[in-house]
Design a protein. Structure first.
Length: 117
């Protein structure tokens, strides 16, 4: 039996998909790229990410650029800027579309789950 990672009650997973360019290797495996953020909704910290790209190095580098970012306090502009300046893969635009989609879903979730004080 595989070991299951334990996630706290305040951790919620958000995912978004975007179409990949047709001329890259990942397109032969996936027609879209999926990006997922594991966010602690109490702190706004992105605790982990998932990317459906082929290269492990690419996945690790994107995690390096994103994990630890406070999406509540800082939004996504800094993440988008990091990717724009430091990630020059052919899937760059698709990844940024996913991040914007995740942020939209996250803000909708926060609004829906807002607790009245």
């Amino acid at each position: 039996m595989r070991e299951i990672k334990e996630f706290g009650a305040d951790t919620v997973y958000f995912v978004h998909y975007s179409k990949l360019p047709e001329d890259i290797s990942a397109t032969y495996v996936h027609k879209v790229v999926g990006v997922g953020f594991l966010i602690n909704v109490k702190t706004g910290i992105i605790e982990d990410i998932m990317v459906t790209l082929i290269s492990d190095l690419c996945k690790e580098f994107l995690a390096y650029l994103i994990v630890g970012h406070n999406i509540d306090r800082d939004g996504i502009d800094e993440i988008i800027e990091r990717i724009d300046n430091r990630f020059f893969g052919y899937s760059q635009k698709a990844v940024m579309v996913c991040i914007r989609g995740i942020y939209a879903r996250y803000t909708q979730w926060k609004e829906k789950n807002k607790k009245v004080n």
